[in-house]
Design a protein around this ligand. Sequence first.
Ligand code: G3H
Ligand code: 13P
Ligand code: ZN
Length: 339
Amino acid sequence: MPLMTTKPMFDLAYEGGFAVGAFNVNNMEITQGIIEACAAESSPLILQISKGARSYANIIYLRRIIDAAVEDHPELPIAIHCDHGDTVELIKQCIADGYTSVMIDGSHEPFEGNVALTKQAVDAAHAEGVVVEAELGMLGGIEEDVVGLDAEEYQKNIEQFLTDADEAKTFNEQTGIDSLAVAIGTSHGAYKFKHEATLAFDRIEQIMETCPGLPLVMHGSSSVPREFIDLINQHGGNMPNAMGVPEDQIAQAVQKYGVCKVNIDTDLRLALTAKIREVFANDPAEFDPRKYLGPGRDAIIKMVRRKLHMLNSAGKAEVVNQQWKKLGEPLPKAYGHAA
Ligand code: G3H
Ligand code: 13P
Ligand code: ZN
């Protein structure tokens, strides 16, 4: 403890001008980097696991690493979340594995199909005390196990993919979700835009009007900092034209609107990769993994601390713990019975 659902986090985030960072984990160093940053900043956090992460690391190992993080930092409010779950079977497996939150991503289905899939996931999760995030509208960018749209095509036809506020209202009423991932111009990966981006803040405003009180989630929210791309390219990498969401726009979405969860994966990958490339460039003879994964982990700590300030979640751990106690909810039933 305190492992928890995202409910107490979002209760406060919706009111209080901050958002909780949801960081993707794939191995021990990434998990430790995130946890150490949150401990240094007293910040609540969401550790999220994609389908690709489950198969890369083997969920049995990943859960034990996360359990170790929870044990090492009992003062931190932590939720374990399934990122982009695409079937009810996977959602049920995640619940059985002790996740406290799941995302069912039916955004590639027609509206009725998305409602039906999401409703099934909500029924399965709520019966076990687990909360559900769903997605409406379409995001661009393609990750290993996350289907998206070609980034260039996406930006050209962006209006048709953004979340519609009236559809969001019907979707919310028909599914009983706990939070909604919205398409407001962000996309996954390191190549989000050709030119400086402007997020569709008017959409967020409209959705907040039709879905009052519903916590909103921003995917694809890495900012792809120029200095990391430069480091990578200077040291043998090849990432031309990489571009992310400007951090001031994310901060604006968080502070002025009901965005409660912000997903970040790419920026962690960039920090780790830039540092490892730098170590190898400076010392081509290095072959002790601790000598490059260690600095890589430190780079992740720095990156995550920067994000926690952007999200204004630094210093919010204790109030979230108090809110969890006040809610008096038991942990999801499956916790402690991980496969
Ligand atoms: O949104 C997608 C995340 O970045 C996870 O990516 O499927 O390659 O693990 P992945
Ligand atoms: P980025 O690729 O912008 O980090 O987004 C990650 C994400 O949305 C995970 O669900
Ligand atoms: Zn995503």
